[in-house]
Design a protein around this ligand. Structure first.
Ligand code: ADP
Ligand code: K
Ligand code: ZN
Length: 433
């Protein structure tokens, strides 16, 4: 398998650790001196830059969570002069308040470098035509894959999401060889192609799919291969670490996390203790060279493990296993992060509703569906069908605006939804990953 940057991708482990340590040291010194947030956080944890004497000493540093970004909304964590920023992306947040991420020119280049290496590890190169069917816009998927694909030298088609028949036409007309999108969208495209009488395996050059932003299973990889002849690679990232960028290589056995770019730890979600390879825990990453909003020991919330042993592909970076759920209550619906608390927050804006609600997630065919059951206040009850239909569509619109994903709403009579004594269990997730 061809490397994009062979020297760094195959660096012996001891040399990689030395490099990681050097990067970390520079980063910690810079932040201790120049960032109020990190300075205060390190002081509170009783750790000084001089305490970091090896990469393992990273465990002495305090961790970060999504709440740190939310509490510092929109840009209090930016650690460089404002005019050095070249881009913002915005992701959904826990209480309806989004989190903002920012990039310098170097940050964008580093992200593109990581994506280019990953695409090369999936077997892509200059001769490939990459159709990016992730959303372009505030979400990181579209532009992330776009810049990485161009850096690799592939021909990129910025198709974005939606307009599925057009996607199939583009695949045929422009001889697309690889596609990047969410796994559920790709399965939908397979169905659309069938309805159009197009056999992806026979009638197109599409052979590789780069699928991520939401959980999917090994069984789905097999299904995709059976239905379309396409080999599906998993891609992982979050907006806080820049965006989607780490994929599994040709071995299809774990996603390589480029070690010179990110340092990966798996923490016990309860104690915060570092767990050894092979043990499942909370994925935690440090982006070693990020300029605009550095992330040190960022607790991503996904559950996985670092795989043991070396990868036969020759890359020396650690691999993480397929993600197996989350430690928090975040749901991923059609690739979009949805926190139940954000649903609650949005429903508060509708005066006819009580604060009780239930979320039901199902997967009919390839796509996730979210049903939100809401409860009317006694004085909002009415016999007017028009009144109820109007209310229902108003609630649906409120939710779509707040969550960026559409949900079906079911109006329920007063006092009909469950009440909880302990921690509310408002989510029923019928999907199997
Ligand atoms: P993105 O724009 O890539 O969706 P976000 O920051 O909005 O980034 O969402 C990141 C979250 O999406 C992750 O923490 C994880 O829960 C989920 N996610 C992203 N990629 C995958 C994947 N390949 N498998 C499972 N979950 C994923
Ligand atoms: K996501
Ligand atoms: Zn590999």
């Amino acid at each position: 398998m061809a490397y994009y940057n062979e020297k760094i991708e195959t660096l012996p482990k001891a040399e990689l650790e030395k490099l990681q340590y050097q990067e970390l040291k520079v980063l910690v010194e810079r932040l201790y001196a120049g960032s109020v947030f990190y300075h205060d956080k390190m002081k509170a944890a009783g750790v000084l830059p001089s305490d970091i004497k090896s990469i393992a000493d990273i465990a002495k540093l305090p961790t970060m969570k999504k709440t740190d970004l939310r509490d510092n909304y929109p840009d209090k964590l930016v650690c460089c002069p404002k005019e050095d920023l070249v881009r913002y992306h915005v992701s959904s947040g826990t209480t309806g308040k989004p989190t903002v991420v920012a990039y310098t020119k170097n940050d964008v280049e580093l992200w593109a470098e990581a994506v280019a290496r990953s695409l090369a590890s999936c077997g892509l190169g200059r001769g490939d035509v990459l159709q990016v069917a992730y959303g372009y816009g505030l979400f990181t998927g579209g532009l992330g894959l776009h810049y990485g694909g161009e850096k690799l030298g592939a021909t990129v088609i910025p198709a974005s999401t939606g307009n599925s028949e057009r996607q199939i036409e583009l695949i045929q007309d422009l001889e697309t060889t690889a596609i990047a999108c969410t796994p559920s969208y790709f399965i939908h495209l397979i169905d659309v192609a069938k309805k159009m009488g197009v056999d992806i395996a026979k009638d197109t050059k599409l052979r590789t799919a780069i699928l991520g932003a939401e959980p999917w299973s090994a069984a789905m990889r097999q299904y995709i291969h059976d239905q379309s002849g396409v080999t599906a690679h998993n891609i992982f990232g979050t907006s806080e670490i820049s965006g989607p960028m780490f994929t599994d290589c040709g071995e299809l056995n774990g996603m390589h996390i480029c070690g010179d770019i990110a340092y990966t730890e798996i923490l016990d979600p309860e104690t915060g203790e570092v767990l050894p390879p092979g043990e499942k825990g909370e994925l935690t990453m440090t982006i070693l060279k990020k300029e605009a909003i550095p992330m040190i020991r960022y607790r991503i919330g996904d559950i996985t493990s670092i795989l043991e042993g070396d990868c036969p592909c020759g890359r020396t970076s650690p691999r993480i296993d397929r993600l197996q759920g989350r430690v928090d209550d975040m749901l991923v619906i059609r690739g979009i992060n949805v926190f139940p608390s954000a649903v609650e927050h949005a429903l508060l804006r509708v005066p006819e509703l009580t604060s009780h609600f239930m979320l039901e997630i199902t997967r009919t065919g390839p796509l996730d569906d979210m049903l939100v059951k809401v409860e009317l206040k006694p004085d909002a009850m009415t016999d007017s069908i028009n009144g109820l239909i109007g209310l229902q569509s108003r609630v649906e619109r409120t939710l779509r605006d707040a969550l960026n994903v559409s949900a079906k709403v079911e109006l329920c009579p007063p006092n009909s939804l469950p009440r909880f004594e302990g921690k509310a269990k408002r989510v029923v997730d019928h999907r199997v990953f």
